[in-house]
Design a protein around this ligand. Structure first.
Ligand code: OSB
Ligand code: MG
Length: 368
């Protein structure tokens, strides 16, 4: 397919409520959207980096720069027939997985549309719904956290992830566990600890948690292995897994026993699927992570999460958990069984709300 025209949109969407992790707060979701035209088909992609280098070194501006200077020139005007061809075309670009993944997503959308099937089926996925949970940011007090959990349970979420940090770990997590003895519960530290703080993590070991996500440094695997050796609860790596090789290294070293897959973090759904396949073969559970995506990125995450190895609920919540008004015409709604429905129309299966897009756009540029 001839790649004819690509438009980048820099948008900023107000979050329904501030999202506080161990090391930063998000009030608005800024990101780059990719709109790609190829032979009459239009594909959409979302780069998941934010305005700050907090979760990773990439930002909205680096996404834009890498797309404009390197990734778009590598494919504009050329004929691409599959994702492998895209990966070959950009193979000289080192790093910047989120920029690469955003463009890749738009190509997946177009290729699945050309094949006349939903992205889920195009990827080899199955099923009408995916199991989801909610990721809850650090709240002002433990009492507010307990209320927040209640509210999400009332909405129908059946799996809860708590953000934790030193001083707000055992107290918060134990309080939620006491109030909800049977809840599927997990925690995420976003690299707030060092191996020397192992005791604080070990204190969480008898709270019957599904997993403890990324306690140590974003680029560490070795110390996570030392920590896992002292824990019953599975560690789950997020930030540290940026490729299939990193997944293999982490599993070979027993640095974690569960993996969170975020397509943006690993350079796209192609690499995400490779990690999924590797884990499925070895019986290692994986689940879909989230980056507070708009409806565009959420649709892609749902499609990938229909692969059989995604055996734990994903961080893929309903549109209202993130935004008062999403950027798609039919926002994602939570089903009573704590699932989201998989779009069935060809490609991503969503329609971008042009009026909403206009409202939230800070900058737009057309490349051809
Ligand atoms: O560490 O999983 C994370 C959001 C932004 C950046 C990093 C993370 C998160 C979340 C939210 O936990 C997941 C979601 O999109 O619901
Ligand atoms: Mg995480």
């Amino acid at each position: 397919m001839k790649i004819e025209r690509i438009t980048l949109h820099h948008i900023s969407m107000p979050l329904a409520s501030p999202f506080r992790t161990s090391r930063w707060v998000e009030n608005d979701r800024e990101c780059v959207l990719v709109e790609l035209l190829a032979e009459g088909l239009r594909g959409w992609g979302e780069c998941v980096a934010t305005q700050n280098c907090t979760y990773s070194y990439e930002t909205v501006k680096t996404n834009w720069l890498i797309l404009e200077d390197f990734l778009l020139p590598a494919i504009l005007g050329s004929d691409l027939n599959d994702i492998a061809a895209y990966r070959a075309a950009i193979s000289s670009v080192t790093g910047h997985p989120m920029a690469k993944a955003g463009l890749e997503m738009a190509l997946w959308d177009v290729f699945a549309q050309a094949a006349g099937v939903s992205l889920s089926r195009f990827l080899g996925g199955d099923g009408e719904r995916v199991a989801v949970g909610v990721s809850i940011g650090i709240q002002p007090t433990t009492a507010v956290l307990l209320e927040t959990v209640e509210d999400y349970l009332a909405e129908g979420y059946r799996r809860v992830k708590l953000k934790i940090k030193p001083g707000r770990d055992l107290i918060d997590t134990a309080a939620v566990r006491r109030a909800h003895p049977d809840l599927l519960l997990q925690v995420d530290a976003n690299s707030a600890y060092r191996l020397a703080d192992a005791e604080a993590i070990m204190a969480l070991d008898d709270l019957d948690l599904l997993l403890i996500e990324q306690p140590l440094a974003h680029d560490d695997i070795i110390d996570h292995a030392k920590l896992q050796a002292q824990l019953q609860t599975p560690l789950c790596l997020d930030e540290s897994i940026i490729s299939l090789d990193h997944a293999r290294w982490a599993l070979e070293l027993d640095a974690c026993r569960i993996l969170n897959i975020k397509p943006g973090r690993v350079g796209g759904m192609f690499e995400g699927k490779l990690i999924h396949d590797y884990c499925l073969e070895r019986g290692v559970p994986v689940w879909m992570g989230g980056m507070l995506e708009t409806g565009i990125g959420r649709a892609a995450n749902i499609a990938l999460a229909t692969l059989p190895g995604f055996s734990l609920p994903g961080d893929i919540s309903a549109s209202t958990r993130y935004y008062q008004q999403d950027i798609i015409t039919e926002p994602f709604e939570l089903n009573p069984d704590s699932t989201l429905s998989v779009p069935t129309a060809p490609g991503l299966g969503i329609t971008v709300d042009r009026h909403r897009l206009e409202q939230v756009t800070l900058r737009r540029q057309v490349f051809s």
